[in-house]
Design a binder for this molecule. Sequence first.
Ligand code: NCD
Length: 361
Amino acid sequence: MRHLIDPTDLTRKETEDIVDLALDIIANRQKYSDACKGKKLATLFYEPSTRTRLSFTAAMMELGGNVLGFSDAQNTSVSKGETVADTVKVISCFADIIAMRHFEEGAALVAARNARIPVINAGDGSHAHPTQTLTDLLTIKRELGRLDNLTIGFCGDLRFGRTVHSLIKALSRHTGIKVVLIAPEQLRLPDYMKLEVCDKHGVDYREVQTMEEVMPELDILYMTRVQKERFLDEDEFDRVKDSFILTPEKLATGKDTLRVLHPLPRVNEITVEVDNDPRAAYFRQVENGKFVRMALILTLLKWAEENPELGYKLPDGTVVNSKRCSNRRCISNMENVETLFRPCDDGIESYRCAYCESKEK
Ligand code: NCD
């Protein structure tokens, strides 16, 4: 059975097919209005969300299906100590597909390994957010007409921003991608992303100090919120929280074809005056999220029918239960799950946790 835990669970071709299906849905809404009649989506949200949860809900409704779930795990058996593995086994009895958001890195993988229905990762800690990536890809395709030959600036919290990690992974499979990383020292892109995604796929990337110095060359400026909830130290958050703020003055040197994206919610990193600029695409991006989730639900349900065999395919060479993860927020350090490690690709002899991609302890 296929799940979407990481953007690379889909090949580039499959990803593009989902984006194309979303475009067809936009053009022919009526054609899909009964496509999921009698099917149920369970939304399991252990962490706050507005857009992601409601766009999944709206997506399933527009497909003629139904939705059940929770948006506050404290009202569920989780507060009694139920594990993710047990919860998804239970939900598999009630629904046909799961969208899950969790504050622990790797929780979605645990869910996929235990559910009897497809699992969609709607965000696992600071790790990954593959449906935001599909949203971003559909937005770039609609706004600029292409997914190759792009210079894309990522600005803000590149350390904890899971949407950034997932979008870079997906774009690394395209040609002519140049990535500019704009972040304070404390919020730089994690090493595994640089070594095993950018370097491995030949993505041309560089780190700069200000957005002003690169604005004229950008096709996409991807702004992000500093992820307050991921900081272990409040003083550290206070030091970086106002690092990069996009204003109309800073945007002035950008191309006419530049598009500003933001997964939202915004705090203060884009001033509201920027919203009136036609290049600000972030509210259009939100609507694309619903269409692309419709396409994803349809695709995963079809694949589950074609191949109901249970499980999640782990990469070749994965080792079980012989190591511990160095990340204290990884689910493998919180719940009693098999530890899973795969060899690193960075030339140094060590292993990376299959749940959260941190190194072994
Ligand atoms: C993002 C998330 O939850 O990671 N939001 C979203 O899903 N649209 C970004 C954020 O919370 O800053």
